[in-house]
Design a protein. Sequence first.
Length: 256
Amino acid sequence: MTALHSPLARFIIVRLLYTVAVLLGVIVAVFFLMQIVPGDPVKIALGTRYTPESYAALRSASGLDQPLFTQLIHYIGNAATGDLGVSFRNNEPVTQMLMDRLPATIALAVAAILVALVIAIPFGTWAALREGRAADNTIRVVSQFGISVPDFWMGILLIALFSTSLGWLPSSGYRSLADGFVPWISHLVLPAITVGTASGAIMTRYIRSSVLESRGGASVHRFTEAALRGALDAGWTADDLLESLARFSATPVPQP
């Protein structure tokens, strides 16, 4: 059996096709939503520099004077090749603007995931091991609080405490790693905690449920093993065990 016929390869191919279909649907939906949004982007881009001549020239340069279907085809083709057009505000390629901000986005995403894991793994596991006790109840209440608090409100609280009151961390901005590790990490701490706290609260509940499920399965396995060992020690044969299981499975369950 070749690699392309394996279940894993088929699963990956199907997922990739689904991803392409979803992206195509999103592109088409965004395109038509932009057509029904009130306002003229060309007039907005020109602002006080608006004249009939400049308006017509910018519409022609942007391809907005072409039929709607032609605009859609060009839009999909350009997006597929990574050409997202030119920003009306900055007069720069949108793709280049995204690439310039990609390092900060990746750094924030990785840092937020680390914060979420540091929160979720120990607290979710501890809550499951202490099921029904004070530690479990406290962790569940705190995790619900973390889920309920909006990210922007959490960010405001952290800025007020660590930036305004204590002055330990900057309240805004970004420094690249090339500027030094300390400036880079100091600008990353508050955003990472803000984004990672809500994710960590959600993951805490998932980890707690997973650990409880694993413990429950292990307990059933240990109970079954102990019961079989006890029956065999008592002199039961394989036929006795099968007969007992048949009687147990045929017993009707009483309705409440």
